[in-house]
Design a protein around this ligand. Structure first.
Ligand SMILES: Nc1ncnc2c1ncn2[C@@H]1O[C@H](COP(=O)(O)OP(=O)(O)OP(=O)(O)O)[C@@H](O)[C@H]1O
Ligand SMILES: [Mg+2]
Length: 339
């Protein structure tokens, strides 16, 4: 991809479901709560005044409990749902202002979606499922099949081009779903609980595959999940929704170290801090010491192992290019892992 992937902006996005959403907008903006809106007026407040900036080329993960508004938020990005209020921008494009033909072209060119339940076409082979979006775009047969084969190879499905979707395992079907989304060559990838139907091992495999592809493709990925481990593994930027509102956003490290409130604290309490926190979060400025040098992105559990193996209490931390950033004390690592 030549151009950098566009960022996404959500500006004051509000969604009220029900027969007369506009009639209740002012009351909601003035503070009418979700429960009250439902009890008194029979409407559902799915999203309330969401402001988000999702960086281009990064993986943003939106997480929250069931009913918190995750899918509703995602469907606004390609305008499968019209907002009650607010705007969505993709780069310079005001998605909420596009007319019907422009919206159709935008969806084909700019955004691809991966669904939880794969949604493959049962009467088309794997190859033709992956090539289908290109067929709709009018790409010639030889070219679209070559591209479909390329992406099937990238997701590890060479040899399965002529299979029928129903003959594949869930994990393989989701690889087809991913290949189909990638073949569309859209800079933005929307994934709603894309790995949630898979067993734990296949789920981790798919997370690895996505991270691996992302290092090269640098798409703008918006990934929805209710699974904290998955969120922490994938997220460059993590957004926590509750009752249709953003309660906290930031890096996984930031949220684990500084939860915004008691509920978020309880939520992240049981995470494996040794795996989530990286040396970068605990490095202190200071001259180089005698001891191993660790890269800033190394999880602190690995750092503890290195220091223990070397029989030292301190290590140096460097950035990806090898420049010295400071030092890391084993005592600080242990304190954080036990916190
Ligand atoms: N088309 C709709 N009509 C009416 N209410 C809706 C509609 N879609 C969603 N809702 C309601 O909006 C709220 C948010 O739903 P949403 O599907 O976005 O939640 P979610 O976070 O994706 O949940 P889950 O984890 O279960 O998928 C819920 O109360 C839901 O019942
Ligand atoms: Mg959902």
């Amino acid at each position: 991809m030549a151009e950098p992937a566009p960022g996404l902006q959500l500006q004051g996005l509000t969604q009220i479901f029900g027969p007369a959403p506009q009639a209740h907008l002012a009351a909601v903006m003035a503070g009418l709560g979700r429960d009250e809106l439902r009890a008194r007026h029979g409407h559902t407040l799915a999203l309330r005044d969401i402001h988000l900036q999702l960086q281009g080329g990064a993986v943003s993960v939106v997480m929250g409990l069931s009913g918190s508004g995750k899918s509703t938020l995602l469907r606004h990005l390609n305008r499968l749902i019209e907002p009650t209020a607010g705007r969505v921008l993709c780069g310079e494009v005001d998605v909420t202002a596009l007319d019907a033909p422009a919206l159709r072209a935008f969806r084909q060119r700019s955004m691809a979606m991966v669904f939880q339940r794969f949604a493959l076409l049962p009467h088309r082979t794997v190859l033709h499922n992956v090539a289908y979006a290109l067929e709709l775009q009018g790409v010639a047969t030889a070219q679209r099949e070559a591209r479909a084969r390329h992406w099937l190879a990238r997701v590890g499905l060479t040899g399965h081009e002529q299979d029928w979707p129903a003959t594949l395992s869930g994990g393989m079907q989701q690889r087809v779903g991913l290949a189909r989304a990638l073949a569309a060559d859209a800079p933005v990838l929307l994934m709603d609980e894309a790995f949630s139907a898979l067993d734990p091992l296949h789920r981790v495999d798919m997370q690895d595959l996505l991270l691996d592809l992302q290092r090269e493709l640098r798409k703008t990925v918006v990934f929805i999940t209710h699974d904290l481990d998955e969120a922490l593994r994938l997220a460059d930027h993590l957004v926590i929704l509750r009752d249709g509102a953003v309660v906290q956003q930031g890096s996984a490290t930031h949220i684990v170290l500084h939860p915004a409130d008691e509920q978020v604290r309880r939520f992240v309490r049981d995470v494996n801090r040794g795996r989530v926190l990286r040396c970068a979060a605990l490095v202190r400025p200071g001259a180089a010491v005698a001891g191993p040098t660790l890269v800033a992105g190394l999880p602190i559990a690995e750092a503890a192992r290195c220091m223990a193996a070397a029989g030292v209490q301190q290590a140096n931390v460097c950035d990806a290019s090898g420049a010295h950033l400071g030092t890391l004390a084993l005592a600080v690592v242990i304190e954080q892992m036990a916190a």
